[in-house]
Design a protein around this ligand. Structure first.
Ligand code: IMP
Length: 430
């Protein structure tokens, strides 16, 4: 038995969708453990396209059980809409194959209103959130003000909790000059869909414990990336959840030893969507080249992603803080045709060399990357299915990345197609 956690080792958008899909075809249970509908990816299975934000990837595959763990923040309306869209495509979603943790927190309309209003007040310092209400919903969870799935079973308590929550938030909204919200309206809206959500509600930690006892293979599907982690990322330019592998246990209700293999999805260069520091950013023709060739536009918001060279210092840090066993290197083909390729191997800060990414936002913005330059390759690596098909310079680049980050490449993805993958190690096999 070898449960796998898939996490992003940069700022998200590393190409997790394809890998998670491949792994979910091998798993019995797929569970989301953090984030919400700020995540997004498209799966293409037998020519059918499925867009997923909140639903675990296993949901489109027959015979798999999908779960949304307690660490996820759920917009019930977004979830129901996603379920309806997927069902229209002929996919069966029932309480037998899909479970929502009854102790997961909900994203309500007020959280979305707050997300938008707070971004407005930040002005130049805005975080560039997805405006899905993720941050404010997590704030309410930690402030012990949140509404959870299980509260939908108890209308009186629910009404009281919403009223208290709204009292708090309306002061804030009014202070920011935004429209206040009506507690009764939210309550009525929630009651309309309470039954539809409760239909899928269950005890995820117990179901997972059972699955584990039965020797089922569990895939923990992470969203976003390590540098967006609320503790380990580029704070405050982060999302509001822990995106690192340890969250797989907390956000699903399993013991810390549940995850046997941590797979870090890693892009062969770097991208970031939203604001915040980005030492290897190339705001020039290189960035343009990577963005165009890599089709670097956000799946959720459609925003153009910022692009830059591979940052080995940052990924090495991600390897350590996640306990990554191996990486899946994606989008190597985007680098095809570059005469030379740079890799960041250290930083210079206040005249000194450092080998880690510092925590302070002042230092994070001030570090200057130290680059190593490698030869590029003119041949295409697109669709390669073996090492022999790769040009020598590309192999050298991949091997050097392994050396610099201190983790092996267990999968090399060379196109969005499922089979265009060079597999060194199946993470599910011990
Ligand atoms: P939030 O998660 O909507 O609060 O956004 C906070 C930051 O995380 C912003 O910079 C977003 O662009 C970024 N972000 C959130 N979700 C994703 C994702 O799935 N991929 C990449 N960036 C994301």
């Amino acid at each position: 038995m070898s449960n796998v956690a898939v996490i992003g080792s940069q700022w998200g958008d590393e190409g997790k969708g394809k890998i998670v899909d491949w792994l979910s075809s091998r798993a019995d249970v797929v569970v989301r453990f953090q984030g919400g509908h700020n995540a997004g990816h498209t799966l293409v299975i037998d020519g059918n396209e499925y867009k997923l934000n909140l639903l675990p990837s296993g949901v489109v595959r027959q015979g798999k059980i999908s779960m949304i763990g307690n660490g996820v923040v759920i917009s019930p309306w977004a979830l129901l809409k996603e379920i309806a869209t997927i069902k229209e495509k002929g996919v069966k979603i029932t309480p037998e194959n899909f479970v929502i943790a009854e102790n997961a927190n909900l994203i309500l309309p007020v959280h979305q209103a707050l997300d938008a209003a707070l971004e407005m007040t930040r002005g130049e310092g805005k975080l560039g959130t997805t405006k899905r209400g993720i941050g404010p919903a997590y704030e309410d969870k930690v402030a012990r003000r949140g509404i959870r799935v299980c509260d939908l079973r108890h209308p009186e308590i629910l009404k009281e909790k919403i009223s208290k929550m709204m009292f708090h938030h309306n002061i804030l909204l009014a202070g920011m000059g935004a429209d206040t919200m009506d507690a009764n309206e939210t309550y009525d809206k929630l009651m309309e869909i309470a039954g539809d959500i409760l239909h899928y509600a269950g005890v995820v930690w117990r179901d997972l414990d059972r699955a584990r006892t039965e020797g089922k293979k569990i895939l923990f599907e992470g969203a976003q990336g390590t540098m967006l982690d609320v503790d380990h990322g580029t704070y405050p330019y982060v999302t509001s959840s822990n995106t690192v592998a340890a969250q797989a246990a907390i956000g699903s209700g399993m013991g810390v030893d549940a995850v046997k293999y941590v797979l870090g999805i890693t892009k062969a260069y770097t991208t970031r969507v939203g604001t915040g520091p980005f030492p290897t950013e190339q705001d020039n023709e290189i960035g343009q080249f990577l963005g165009e060739k890599g089709k670097e536009f956000g799946t959720v918001t459609g925003r153009k992603r910022r692009c830059g060279w591979f940052d080995a210092v940052m990924v090495r840090q991600a390897v350590r803080v996640n306990g990554i066993h191996g990486i899946s290197l994606t989008k190597l083909d985007v680098l095809d045709g570059l005469e030379e390729i740079k890799i960041c191997v250290g930083y210079r800060l206040n005249g000194e060399e450092i080998d880690y990414y510092p925590a302070s936002q002042v230092d994070q913005a001030a570090v200057e990357p130290i680059y190593e330059t490698m030869d590029g390759w003119s041949e295409s690596t697109y669709g390669a299915r073996s090492w022999a098909e790769l040009p020598a310079a590309a192999v050298k680049y991949v091997r050097h990345i392994e050396e610099l980050i201190g983790a092996p490449v267990s999968m090399l993805s060379t196109s969005p197609e499922r089979d265009d993958t060079i597999l060194m190690r199946d993470p599910f096999v011990d």
